[in-house]
Design a protein around this ligand. Structure first.
Ligand SMILES: Cc1ncc(COP(=O)(O)O)c(C=O)c1O
Length: 398
């Protein structure tokens, strides 16, 4: 490489075209039809991610965790693909019921429920519930002839960005006591479940959890084990690369091979299916030079669809829609949301070319835990969702 090529190479490394997978003219067309900010939900991408996970976890039944993105179009598409659903609330029960899904296609995985919520799920025909403590087990006594329980076990993981085993899950040592309590009260225990944490960067917490679950099942051989639910946690790429899903799942599949053939495996993926399926189209509505940085004020921020930055610890890749010369000048910039709160800052440390008021930015990987936790603080309405097919080009993925 000569010097000019080297400079070009490094410039491209530092500032690659974040939007190369998108057809910019399609995005511009959408902009002529919709007021910013808006989210674009690509149903082909939902399908792509679902199929990729199914291929990486052959034989595993996938229950989409609708909490990550409870959009009817996503649920309908997954229903068409033969997907099953992971529910946690009566509202989620009503949503899937309204879309023609039946209770037997669902599991209810919230470890803590009101009696009213149990009855609501049962009326819908969902009979498989997760519990993780004695009080919760006892709540099911009135329904003992209708329900089958899965006991959630806590496996902490340092590799998961969102730790879900601090708040939920029985300790492994408490598991036999819980199983016995349920059985003594005439309840049917049929499975174990765990969730090692969301956006797990390595598969080994899941591998250990599978191995520990198999040992626990063997030790409690008086139980008729029917299911092992390995939760969600499958990662997607935000700022840096993550393991390809087939590599991530390979050691998990290897660990699952030790399960007796009579035990069926479930998973509850949310993020992996929904995150890449949505982008957000945001406009620069103001601009101010403050010290060494240029502040760009956007028409959505952390109180809106970018709320996942607060609740989900995600940092979304954001890039200008206009083509960027990777060898051009980039400046230290700040991206701020529109509300009056100073916490509403999206990125304090981003290098951007000079932008103008009115310019458009695209935030990627905006499907999971984004609009789900958006608020209308300051009376800014939540961004609307525009549903499309085939926004993202995968021809270079192989
Ligand atoms: C019980 C349960 N199942 C599944 C999920 C989905 O996890 P993920 O988005 O990591 O796939 C969650 C996430 O909070 C959860 O709490």
């Amino acid at each position: 490489m000569n010097t000019a090529e080297l400079v070009q190479h490094f410039a491209e490394q530092t500032h690659p075209d974040e939007l190369e997978q998108f057809d910019r003219s399609t995005l511009r067309d959408l902009l002529t039809q919709h007021e910013t900010p808006f989210l674009v939900l690509d149903l082909q991408e939902v399908e792509y991610q679902y199929s990729a996970l199914q291929k990486a976890l052959p034989g595993v039944e996938l229950f989409y965790a609708i909490k990550s993105l409870a959009h009817p179009a996503v649920i309908r598409r997954l229903k068409k693909l033969g997907g099953s659903f992971d529910l946690a609330t009566s509202g989620e029960v009503d949503l899937v019921k309204g879309l023609g899904i039946e209770g037997h296609q669902c599991i209810h995985t919230h470890p803590i429920k009101k009696d009213r919520e149990i009855r609501h799920a049962l009326d819908f025909g969902c009979t498989r519930f997760v519990v993780d403590n004695p009080d919760e087990v006892l709540k099911f006594i009135p329904y003992k002839d209708e329900v089958e329980l899965m006991i959630r076990v806590s496996f902490r993981s340092q590799d998961a960005i969102v730790d879900l085993s601090r708040k939920f899950g029985s300790a492994l040592e408490e598991l036999p006591g819980l199983v016995n309590l349920a059985m003594e009260n005439g309840l049917t225990v049929s499975g174990l479940s765990f969730h090692v944490g969301s956006q797990s960067l390595s598969p080994f917490a899941q591998v250990n959890a599978v191995q520990a679950s198999i040992s626990a099942m063997k030790e409690m051989s008086h139980v008729h084990w029917k299911w092992l639910d390995i939760g969600g946690s499958f990662p997607v790429s935000y700022q840096g690369p993550v393991m390809p899903i087939e590599d991530f799942c390979a050691p998990i599949m290897e660990a699952l091979a030790e399960l007796p053939a009579s035990v069926k495996v479930f998973a509850e993926p949310g993020r992996f299916i929904s995150a890449p399926s949505m982008i957000e189209v945001i406009r620069v509505v103001g601009k101010a030079k403050r010290g060494a940085r240029t502040w760009y004020y956007l028409d959505d921020g952390v109180y809106g669809a970018l709320s996942g930055q607060m609740y989900d610890h995600a940092k979304y890749p954001i890039a200008p829609l206009k083509p960027v010369d990777p060898t051009g000048d980039f400046y230290p910039s700040v991206l701020a949301g529109p509300t009056c709160d100073s916490v509403d800052v999206v990125d304090e440390d981003i290098e951007l070319p000079e932008l103008a008021v009115g310019d458009i930015l695209i935030a990627k990987q905006m499907g999971a835990y984004t609009i789900a936790s958006a608020s209308e603080f300051n009376y800014y309405p939540k961004p609307k969702i525009v549903v499309v097919e085939d926004l993202i080009d995968h021809t270079d993925d192989e």
